[in-house]
Ligand binder design. Structure first.
Ligand code: MG
Length: 420
């Protein structure tokens, strides 16, 4: 059975009995199909909390929650906090009840995005076949990289994890398999700082005992339906023909059947593009005043414009998102007269949408703005005869961006961003 040392990346035909003869490390990983598996899922461990701990040694041994305000929820929590039962998406008051001594840190999304970017760059240094699925996780297809990296995918991944630890200062967990769905499940098996594999031989029996809810695409509603029909475990799907599953649950029936057999035809797709870029805020106290909402909206529009610019996009549509005090979600979209990456233009469209909703009485707990219909950034803000100042505003926006890139995002605030 092949093995790889997770400290020095040396491979062995058979796992050494005790420790790595090469480096003395004890983190040896052995698997019968280790050399044949080429699809990986890499996931940063407790990402936001890890970045905060990296930047502040004083909180390293403490339970850390990243999240917002007394009205907010837990965005992320470290592994110490998890011992107290704290989980992502838990309301903050509940989390603090479970662990009153937790260090609470307001999320700094800009920073996490930058770190996420650095991680992505290291991944792309290993293979161009990287498919990001969120700020801190991605699929990698390592087939065809043996010659380039002088090693098996497992070795390359061990070296990558080490590099991320050394150069960026956070830990990751890696799952290795022969398709995306199983690689993602594998990365969860040995967290944190984990390395796990699911091979062809073991996939079906491994899955059979798992709750059906682990399958990609099975949300709470479908899970309930499946359980009601006597399908609680993945193995229960074996009793049905694919056609029966399709008849009962629609097109997802095909996927359910294939997943239960350990099959996933999706390939790692580095082309999967961002479809929207957005920002939102949950208020400490519900807000009805349109002027107040507009101030927040301006800040969010600036944020979205900044992100568009950095990602090299322009947008040709804007979406406004509002959640009322009674948790009703409203989204309103409009197409723009031309692609833009200017905060002004995004704000103008979002403000018009807001004026159709905010009547000064209705209370809102959340407001968000999104840039939609994304296009390459160089198509943005063409000269417009009807708007002769546009060229000037583009130049001002570029200058502001340059200052911010140098001195930080709060270096310049426009008048509109100040609350009366
Ligand atoms: Mg993660």
């Amino acid at each position: 059975m092949s093995a790889v040392c997770r400290d020095c990346a040396k491979v062995y035909d058979a796992a050494p009995a005790s420790g790595c003869p090469n480096c003395g490390g004890t983190r040896l990983f052995a698997h019968p199909e280790l050399d044949a598996l080429e699809i990986a899922h890499l996931d940063c461990d407790a990402f936001y909390a890890s970045v905060e701990k990296r930047d502040n040694p004083e909180i390293r041994g403490k339970p850390v929650i990243v999240g917002g305000g007394r009205r907010g929820v837990v965005s992320a929590c470290c592994y110490i906090a998890r011992i107290y039962g704290i989980r992502s998406a838990m309301p903050m008051f509940k989390a603090l009840k479970a662990c009153p001594d937790a260090v609470v840190i307001r999320p700094n999304m800009e920073k996490y995005r930058q770190v996420g970017h650095q991680v992505r760059e290291l991944m792309q240094g290993v293979t161009p076949m990287v498919e990001p699925i969120s700020i801190d996780e991605a699929f990698l297809d390592l087939s065809g990289t043996r010659r380039l990296h002088h090693g098996t995918p497992a070795q390359t991944l061990v070296r990558l994890a080490k590099k991320i630890e050394d150069e960026i200062g956070i830990n990751v967990s890696i799952g290795l398999s022969y398709n995306k769905f199983l690689a993602k499940l594998a990365s969860d098996l040995d967290k944190p700082r984990g390395f796990a594999a699911i091979g062809r031989e073991e996939a079906v029996p491994f899955l059979a005992e798992k709750p059906v809810g682990i399958l990609w695409g099975v949300g709470r509603a479908l899970n309930k339906k499946l359980e009601y029909d006597g399908i609680a475990k993945v193995g229960d799907l074996h009793k049905f023909e694919e056609s029966e599953l399709v008849a009962r649950y629609g097109s997802i029936g095909t996927r359910l059947k294939r997943f239960s057999q350990g099959k996933d035809v999706r390939s790692v797709d580095p082309e999967s593009v961002t479809k929207s870029i957005s920002a939102e805020t949950t208020f400490e106290d519900d807000v009805a005043d349109p002027d107040n909402l507009k101030v927040t909206l301006w800040g969010l529009s600036e944020k979205v414009a900044r992100r568009l610019g950095r990602a090299g996009y322009a947008c040709d549509g804007v979406q406004l998102k509002l959640k009322s005090a009674d948790f009703k979600l409203v989204t309103r979209s409009r197409k723009l007269s031309g692609p833009t990456k200017l905060a002004d233009e995004i704000y103008k469209a979002a403000e018009a949408l807001l004026m159709g909703e905010a009547d000064g009485k209705k209370l809102y707990r959340l407001i968000g703005v999104g840039a939609e219909r994304l296009l390459p950034g160089d198509q943005a803000d063409q000269p417009d005869l009807a708007d002769p100042d546009r060229g000037k505003r583009v130049k001002v926006a570029d200058a502001i961006d340059a200052v911010r890139a140098k001195f930080g995002d709060t270096a310049i605030k426009k008048g509109r961003g100040f609350r009366k």
